[in-house]
Design a protein around this ligand. Sequence first.
Ligand SMILES: [Zn+2]
Length: 96
Amino acid sequence: MKPKKIPMRMCVGCREMKEKRELIRIVRTPEGDAVLDPTGKKSGRGAYVCRRAECLQRAIRQRQLERQLEITLTPEITEALTAEMERLNADGSDPE
Ligand SMILES: [Zn+2]
């Protein structure tokens, strides 16, 4: 039996390795913003966080997100990411 290859990524908030499908990708836009990419299909430099507000906040506070995406997070971007994460968690839908 061949072992199944599960794609793993590290959450930049809690720094744990998780299955890629459990994480949400955050992608850097050409404008230097950062947006959530629930489908994981946007092109650009990306970082992964758990589907949890805590991990997103930690990634922002500890500047892991800025480091990973090589951008400067403005309060506007931070707010937009936070709101988008809340929206995703609230509707509970699976992007797959
Ligand atoms: Zn996490």
